[in-house]
Design a protein around this ligand. Sequence first.
Ligand code: MOS
Length: 723
Amino acid sequence: MNLPLFPTPAHAVPRVEGRAKVTGAARYASDVRLPRTAYAYLVTSRIGRGAVQAFELTSARAVPGVLDILTHETVGDAIPQRPSLYAGGYLADSVRPLGSAEVAHWGQPVAMVLAETFEAAREAAGRVGVSCDEAPTAVAIDAGTVQKLEPMTITTGDVAAAFSAAPVTVDARYSTPTQHQNPMELFATQCVWDGDRLTVHEPSQYLNNVKFGLADQLGIEPDRIRVVSTYVGGAFGAKGFLTQRTALVALAARRLGRPVVLVPTREQGFTLSGYRAETRHHVELAADRDGRLTAMRHEGWELTSRADTLAMGAASMTARLYACPNISVRVNAVAADRSTPGFMRAPGEMPYGFALESALDELAVKLAMDPVELRRVNDTLTDPVGGLPYTSRSLMRCFDEAAAAFGWAARSPEPGSMTDGDWRVGWGCAAAFYPTYAGASAARVRLTADGRVHVASAGHELGQGMTTMMAQVAAEELGVSVDRVAVAIGDSDLPPAIVAGGSSSTASVAPAIMAACAAIRRRLDAATPAAVIPAMEASGMGAVEELAEIRPHGVAPDGMRALYRGQAGPAGGVHLPDRVQFALGAQFVEVRVHALTHEIRVPRAVGAFACGRIINPRTAHSQLVGGMIWGIGSALFEATEIDERNGAYINANLAEYLLPVNADIGDVQAIMVPEEDSAVNAAGVKGVGEIGVVGVAAAIANAVYHATGRRVRDLPIRIEHVL
Ligand code: MOS
């Protein structure tokens, strides 16, 4: 790659789509205005399980402007049952809305009103009467049906023997709550038919998944569907895969013979897509007196729906972070009467990391050892489970750089020993980790005689900086300035790209752009990027265009086909036959707990992250700082509150779902540790999208312990935990 390993300030290119966004020129899915558009509004279930007995629609139909009201009586089998992606399909969940009278969870759509205006549709939806037979529910993780996920079990050595022989052990249970992504942009969908061709405007992290999955549901050829997702107003996993709403809107548009737009409410968004499931953890650690781990157990329980079994299973990662000869990890899915969870920023790493990194701090306390030194004595360059090498690992460099920037050396280790007036001060740290993934992706690059470059890939601009990255890579590889590069993105008609998930976008698409640019250089016989424009001028050609497809290490030979079908997940992390790939980092926080009010504040946080090549330090920094702030939210604020009678989310709005605001966030510093890794992918990129959130909650819990002597093992940590 022609970009330097570590970028200079010149690479801190501002977002190329930034002006369009801040001036309002950027058009999101629901901003697209089409003539004769009808408006859809969902009616959702107010019971937790049961069946619709009857609808009373007279009053709703009488609202002026109402065009139609869809229920299971009108839709039924028009949208067939298809498997979720956890069962080899495309869908984020397999519960068919309006497929039958059956209600599987609170918030499930039971009717969709179509009207001439949004207001009429909403008014009529409020007048739809639904009577239901209500069945008993079990909605809490502690009341669900436990299913051991045997393939996620890992055992090495003789764990029981190591525990009986160990001089020091920790045995602790941790929990994390239901959390929702709450992207600012709602889960809008707009569908328009032109004859038998369908265009879908919908924010998406995986255009081809929507295209092929929808074709499968509607029973039409995928090439009749175009999915446009020019801008995505935040996603964080919630827009990763096709949800059931899209087929409903497509069906409604076909029935009415006019475009239909659905903008669900914020509350409806809580059950239309996935979320971070609540988890439980049992962690046991054994160590010798020097702090060397001799055994570990980590068992996780993750809530899922009755319809779909999924679990993030990140015990496969906590098992591999530190040298340890005897390891036993297990994962359980716990089915309850809830909507299907899904992926939320570092979906498994955040909760499993909270458990492990809290337990390590408990071990450090028992050993009277500095928690940084505990990580150091257990550092490893080899995966302790499979004996495979890490492609690169800079964990202790991250700890050392973050510790120095934080001033960790001045810490007095005794809990409660640091105060500032009425504030009890605590300092804590924890490791951050995220596996390095990449997926099959394609890119088309076109260089024209006037020295302009067009880059196209069906990637996804979620606000993370994808467009800017694409422009930078093409500019660097073809020796032009970034402002000479135009980027086409967010359209399924473009060369396909992998899901914008798993922090894999740059690692997947950058190599495809690099390969296309290299092909252009070969065509022009230009040895270096600097030789490209002179060679182009000398060639007399009007344009040179190349399409490149990249199949990364670990993607099966049929990976390109799976990619084109929208079913390819990124590969890598701990799932490679010959190595493991991780980005690693260290989180340090200062917590202040007020002696009288007991309020908990985080005035400062320092993270250091080694994520391979950083292409744009500005957007990467934003990702890391954003992740860290999310971690503070995860630790101290965020929890979706559940009505135990019916699974209703009772704070499904931005007023009552607590998020950190500016006044909650102090000084947040993200240090990017230079790291060279030529094995992960051709770009040497490990990804920065998710690692920033990992470890923050543990660092905060550890700092709360240091401030107060109170070990809090359940998130979010609130005043009542430290009274
Ligand atoms: Mo991310 S939770 O992999 O979209």
